[in-house]
Design a protein around this ligand. Structure first.
Ligand code: GTR
Length: 421
């Protein structure tokens, strides 16, 4: 996804980052930096009330993230057709499962995304956790009723995936990240979508949802138009459109959750779509909850080189040039205010910069204070495995880059608190 305009910059970036990127993990080697001010408007005046925040400052920041980081959704439209494909009981009758297909089409083409929904088998609308998955809906549980994605998937020897086609060999292989039964037992539902249904995770902008929004002759997004993260977030918002129509779901209690690149996505989905009542990012790192200006672990230049399709092309301007950024990631988290937001880190996940993720969450607190709500109480990180849960939540757990039961338990406690259970 590289327009010619950016060719010189791209060549420079490749030479600097491709061969021997050496991540810095030493706090004492972080270059001095000055973060952009969350509560000073573009015109230089301070923002002191929630009204000024909501009406002026928040839209300014949102626009900056749209044009400089994730890219905006182009104007244009698609027809949406929603179809209930399959409905059955699962988990020994404890839960009901629905599979809903949303098909997006226009004169440029057609794609479909399947939402797998599992809800406690009892009366009443349910609060749910929704999030994208990496390998297909059929990987999150063993139930053979879950349809196998027909979309492009990455080849994977371990999962026996060849020719970019998923098969039953990968069924249930992500179930450790999706403790569905534990979630159902706590009274919540789960709704998940394979991210590749929305946009295959490869540097090819001729497929996925991007293509449906091209103007005549357009081959790739413009420099300020959406990369894959924003496309995946768009898919989550379309799922939200569906949740609003499902009588079994309480659409006012939808928590959007994601891990790693999909944690960057859940933050952007929650920032750009206020219908998500709670936002959770797990190990989201660079381009997620971590402050870019710390340049520790993964950096902007490195991420744009390794994954040129995730962000908009304008984001390349900040490769090894973080001090020029008009926003940093604490401002992304602040866009969720006053809704509850949770940032989770893992102790051994240094690539994602746990301290930078913590500081992002801590500094976002300024926006919450305007609403009289509590963010994180201090700028000192909590001990490992000791969640802090205010309107902003944070924990750093034992272990590495993954989603574990510890994380889910903490998020459900947080949801109990904020969803009034
Ligand atoms: C890494 C990438 C991270 C993170 C991760 C993932 O390779 O550098 O930013 O997104 O992938 O999504 O698993």
């Amino acid at each position: 996804m590289k327009s010619l305009y950016f060719l010189p910059l791209l060549l420079l970036t490749l030479s600097v980052f491709s061969q021997d990127f050496q991540p810095n993990y030493d706090e004492s080697k972080i270059p001095p930096y000055t973060l952009p001010q969350l509560l000073i408007g573009n015109n230089g005046s301070p923002v002191t009330t929630s009204g000024e925040w909501a009406l002026k400052r928040r839209p300014e920041i949102l626009t900056l993230f749209e044009s400089q980081v994730y890219g905006k959704v182009p104007s244009g439209s698609v027809n949406i057709e929603t179809q209930l494909l399959k409905e059955n009981l699962t988990l020994n009758g404890k839960a009901k499962m629905k599979q809903v297909r949303m098909t997006f089409s226009n004169e440029n083409g057609q794609i479909s995304m399947d939402i797998l929904i599992i809800l406690p088998n009892s009366d009443g609308r349910k609060a749910i956790f929704t999030g994208l998955n990496f390998d297909g809906n059929h990987t999150i549980m063993d139930d053979p009723n879950v349809l196998i994605t027909e979309s492009w998937v990455d080849n994977d020897e371990k999962l026996q995936i060849k020719d970019n086609k998923a098969t039953a060999s990968s069924r249930g292989t992500s179930k450790n990240r999706w403790p569905v039964e534990m979630i159902i037992d706590r009274g919540y539902g789960v709704a998940t979508i394979y991210y590749g249904d929305i946009d295959p995770d490869k540097n090819d902008m001729s497929d996925g949802i991007h293509k449906l929004f091209y103007e005549k002759g357009q081959m790739q997004p413009k420099p300020d138009e959406w990369g894959s993260v924003a496309a995946w977030a768009w898919g989550l918002s379309r799922a939200m459109d569906y949740f609003e129509t499902d009588p079994d779901i309480d659409a006012r209690k939808v928590a959007v959750m994601g891990h790693s690149r999909l944690g960057k996505t859940s933050l952007w989905a929650g920032a750009s779509d206020p219908r998500f009542a709670m936002v959770i990012s797990n190990d989201s790192g660079c381009g997620g909850a971590a402050l870019s200006m710390r340049k520790i672990g993964e950096t902007v230049g490195r991420i744009n080189t390794a994954f040129p399709h995730w962000f908009c092309d304008n984001f390349n301007q900040y490769n090894d040039n973080e001090s020029a950024l008009p926003v940093d990631q604490h401002m992304l988290i602040a866009l969720v205010a006053p809704r509850p937001v949770y940032v989770a880190s893992a102790k051994d996940d240094l690539w994602a910069d746990p301290k930078g993720e913590f500081l992002g969450a801590y500094l976002a607190g300024q926006a919450y204070q305007l609403y009289g709500l509590d963010g994180l109480p201090t700028d000192t990180m909590p001990a490992v495995d000791q969640p802090i849960q205010k309107t902003i939540g944070y924990h750093i757990r034992t272990g590495g880059h993954d989603v574990m039961d510890f994380d889910w338990k903490a998020w459900m406690d947080f949801a109990d608190m904020h969803f009034g259970r």
